[in-house]
Design a protein around this ligand. Structure first.
Ligand code: ADP
Ligand code: FRU
Length: 320
């Protein structure tokens, strides 16, 4: 692929940051077939879409490319990949944004997981039909090969929980044996309403709970969700819950509740990956030592900006 000046700039930026501690995002990379429509299809309809594109998707990889544009740190994405040509779409996009991927695990004879996405321009919804035919999830033995001293922050998308718990145990062991400055901060995302995700609550220094998960637990507001789940988190945890256009709430280490409103763009273009963008904004802001309140404001502004554009090129926000 021909390198654009943007991808050259991002590669230069990555090179200049070599040797510094990195941020690692662990989870899924998949392909998204995004269909933009101006009315939602009805069953059995034969409908033309307004636009259609193939692109890289998956929570961890989406957050990685956003974070790469924000952070003065190398951002690495750790996912499994198929050996098929479809992985090139994923790798080329990571490259474009200067996101490292050198520890990704390639599985022969597998297919790239794929989502068909319907973005309704009028209502702002994004309906996702996701399938994984054969690609295995990342295992502890893959993670175990990393040299943890290279990282300052590791974020886990809440999937394949049994393996992720082992990965976090390894980080905790590492943290017990290094100075405070060299400790790795762990963040986890609890998004899919799956029962095993509850085991992640006590594992993060920062825990993201989604609106879907909160509702699945029976909570009607983010505030109730944060108070209710705070009994399951570890001491000094920051617990965060984004709530679509209403913005996001966060419960601080000392139990104080913070809120940021949503910042809707003039026109909603695409809410796909708004949550992944929000998470990237929080990690970026907290890693730089900002308060939870200002991090919520920053992440909601960033995610609001994303809702006004197609895709995840947030450079205009970064430079605004
Ligand atoms: P997702 O469903 O993608 O996981 P959410 O819907 O919880 O994510 O949204 C994450 C963040 O994105 C919100 O906290 C908010 O800041 C922003 N956001 C999402 N939808 C809108 C919207 N319609 N208008 C403004 N901001 C939005
Ligand atoms: C958006 C997203 C898409 C992907 C889907 C997987 O948050 O990561 O890119 O298709 O969710 O659940």
């Amino acid at each position: 692929m021909k390198k654009t000046s943007f991808s050259n700039d991002m590669a230069e930026k990555r090179k200049s940051l070599d040797g510094q501690k990195k941020i690692l995002m662990v989870g899924l990379a998949c392909l998204d077939l995004v269909n933009v429509v101006d009315s939602y299809p009805i069953e059995d309809q034969d409908m033309r879409v307004e636009s259609q594109r193939w692109c890289r998707g998956g929570n961890a990889s989406n957050s990685s490319v956003v974070l790469s544009q924000l952070a003065d740190s190398v951002v690495e994405c750790l996912v499994t990949l198929s050996d098929k040509a479809t992985s090139q779409i994923i790798l080329q996009d990571l490259e474009k944004y200067g996101t490292s991927h050198e520890n990704c695990v390639v599985h022969p004879d597998t297919e790239t997981p794929t989502s068909v996405v319907i973005v309704n321009k009028v209502t702002g919804t994004r309906t996702i039909l996701h399938g994984n035919r054969s690609l295995p999830e990342l295992r502890f033995e893959d993670f175990d090969k990393l040299s943890l001293s290279k990282y300052k922050w590791i974020h886990f998308e809440g999937r394949n929980v049994t393996e992720v718990l082992k990965m976090i145990d390894k980080i905790n062991l590492h943290n017990e044996n290094v100075s405070e400055d060299d400790r790795i901060t762990v963040s986890v995302e609890i998004e899919k309403p799956r029962i095993e995700c509850q085991h992640l609550f006590p594992k993060g220094d920062v825990v993201f709970v989604s609106k879907d998960y909160a509702r699945h637990q029976g909570y009607e507001t983010a505030g109730e969700c944060l108070e209710g789940n705070s009994v399951h988190t570890k001491d000094q945890c920051r617990l965060i819950c984004a709530w679509g256009e209403d913005g996001a709430w966060g419960r601080d280490k000392d139990g104080t509740l913070h809120h940021s409103p949503g910042f809707p763009p003039e026109r909603i273009v695409e809410t796909l990956a708004a949550g992944d963008t929000f998470n990237a904004g929080i990690v970026f802001s907290l890693v730089n030592g900002n308060s939870l309140q200002s991090s919520l404001l920053y992440a909601c502004r960033l995610a609001g900006f994303k809702c006004g554009i197609q895709g995840l090129d947030v450079r205009k926000f970064v430079h605004s």
